[in-house]
Write a protein that binds this ligand. Sequence first.
Ligand code: SF4
Length: 82
Amino acid sequence: MSQHIHCIVSDCHYYAQGNRCNANEILVSTDDFAVKQPDNVDCTMAKQLTPVKAGNCTATACKTYVSKGSGDIRADGVQKMS
Ligand code: SF4
């Protein structure tokens, strides 16, 4: 089964033309979780994380986001697909 993640966050390292996400996996969390946890807490740790409730869509975030050109692009262990 193929999965397509559509995303319009154009300054993300994983953003691709056509508003697509080219990360091999992503972690969606709450804003609160994303702000408090370091960059290495991401997809590779997903099975160990405790589920949380957001309440509405504006309280969710893509934890996998990393700025283009950032020195932190390898911190989360996520791969960019070609
Ligand atoms: S990692 Fe998240 S923010 Fe970045 S392109 Fe993919 S879905 Fe968008």
